[in-house]
Design a protein around this ligand. Structure first.
Ligand SMILES: [Zn+2]
Length: 422
């Protein structure tokens, strides 16, 4: 009797130990990166906390959703995407489907793929930390797919390449993919993201169905900004009046240029808080006269492709634009009297150009390459000294002549800004 009882205890202990091992095993598996889920996708889990029950089954009734907003402000343009379309709240288990697209101009390699995974993991952790600061429970997983398409994304303009990419990745079409992905990854929401191994302007489509497009060579600093868009956040960096209100009420908003914080209105839109802070209410009041059609016009301007003129904080550009970025050939006239005319690539001076750059201690006038003084050029100091000659990568390198204010000169070869020989 006692013997048999001892055996039972023995089996109970064994069972408990086995259970502990299984639990440790699961946790270890969760932390291991990358993970292959055996379904064609490649999983990357970056946070364990999990709240799949969060506002399940919420109705889409606008009055109920916007109950924290005073009635007279509910028609605000800035609120229209709250819990609209596929991705409603950035809460609980969220699975990001990352489709790595190879197009006719760019292909993914092992190095870029590893960089992508690391960057998304880091950026994902920041999103989770920002959610946590609002008391919101969020778990993000990344699931990787590969696709090959025939066109050239970016330079071809906005083409209908998304369905081609999804088909190549073995996924259903754009209209069905969200439903499929949430089921496949047992997620509450499954935002879709296309990535290309080249430079370009990151965008989020919320006009019909939702997806993010990002460009590896332009970096992933904008990942959180784009992800917030998918869940209802609006841009604050254009037009001018919107930017002014945003700067006043949300000075460091991630939805503005160079901002880093998730402001209270954005947190409300994506579901991280159910209440509207005073600054969010003040912003909505000030911006209440902004209409949707006006913003659509401004959006078309912001993302214009073709030859045009665009105003910037520091000057005016005339020339080629690609999705609103200076791209191709164009001239920038700066408010400080400087100018640049030449090649541009996704908003940056890239390739050859000529121009004049104004500094605190003088100015440079001459040739540029990739935004740096390069080729023939003259630097004139406010002291009256000047250098005329060759430049390489921003420095005086090559043959040149230095002239002192009294008119004496010295000609010869220079290297990295230093005089070498006569
Ligand atoms: Zn944006």
């Amino acid at each position: 009797m006692s013997n048999s009882r001892g055996k039972k205890h023995y089996f109970s202990w064994l069972f408990l130990l086995l259970a502990i091992f299984i639990l440790i095993g699961i946790n270890g598996w969760k932390e291991e990166l990358p993970i292959n889920n055996g379904n064609g996708g490649n999983n990357q889990i970056i946070a364990g906390s999990n709240n799949s029950a969060a506002d399940a089954g919420q109705s889409n009734d606008a009055n109920k959703i916007l109950s924290a907003v005073p009635k007279e402000l509910r028609s605000s343009f800035f609120l229209e995407e709250k819990e609209n379309r596929c991705c409603k709240t950035l809460l609980g288990n969220v699975a990001v489907a990352v489709v790595m697209v190879n197009d006719s101009a760019s292909q993914w390699d092992d190095k870029a793929t590893a960089e992508l995974r690391t960057a998304l993991q880091d950026n994902g952790r920041e999103v989770i930390a920002d959610a946590k600061a609002y008391g919101a429970d969020l778990s993000l997983t990344f699931h990787y797919y590969t696709a090959n398409i025939t066109g050239d994304v970016g330079t071809d303009g906005e083409k209908d390449w998304q369905d081609q990419a999804l088909e190549s990745a073995g996924l259903p079409s754009v209209s069905k993919v969200h439903k499929y992905l949430t089921k496949q990854h047992s997620a509450k929401e499954a935002p879709l993201m296309f990535v290309l191994n080249k430079s370009g302007r990151a965008t989020t489509s919320v006009t019909d169905v939702e997806w993010i497009t990002m460009f590896h060579k332009s970096g992933y600093d904008g990942f959180e900004h784009e992800l917030l868009h998918i869940f209802g956040a609006k841009d604050f960096y254009y037009p001018k009046e919107v930017k002014q209100w945003a700067v006043k009420y949300f000075p460091d908003s991630i939805m503005n240029t160079d901002g880093e914080e998730v402001d209270s209105l954005t947190a409300y839109l994506v579901g991280w808080t159910d209440t509207l802070a005073d600054n969010a209410l003040a912003f909505l009041k000030d911006s209440s006269r902004i209409t949707e059609s006006y913003m659509q016009e401004q959006n078309a301007k912001e993302l214009f492709t073709g030859v045009g003129t665009k105003e910037y904080d520091n000057g005016t550009y005339t020339g080629d634009l690609l999705r609103g970025f200076r791209h191709g050939t164009g001239t920038m006239r700066y408010h400080n009297g400087g100018w640049y005319t030449g090649q541009w690539n996704n908003g940056q001076r890239s390739g050859y150009g000529t121009g004049k750059e104004i500094y605190d201690n003088g100015y440079y006038e001459g040739e540029f390459y990739n935004g740096k003084r390069h080729g023939q050029g003259t630097y004139v100091w406010t002291t009256g000294s000047k250098y005329t000659g060759q430049w390489t990568d921003g420095d005086r390198t090559g043959y040149g002549t230095f002239t002192w204010p009294d008119g004496t000169t010295k000609s010869g070869n220079w290297k990295d800004g230093q005089f070498i020989e006569q």
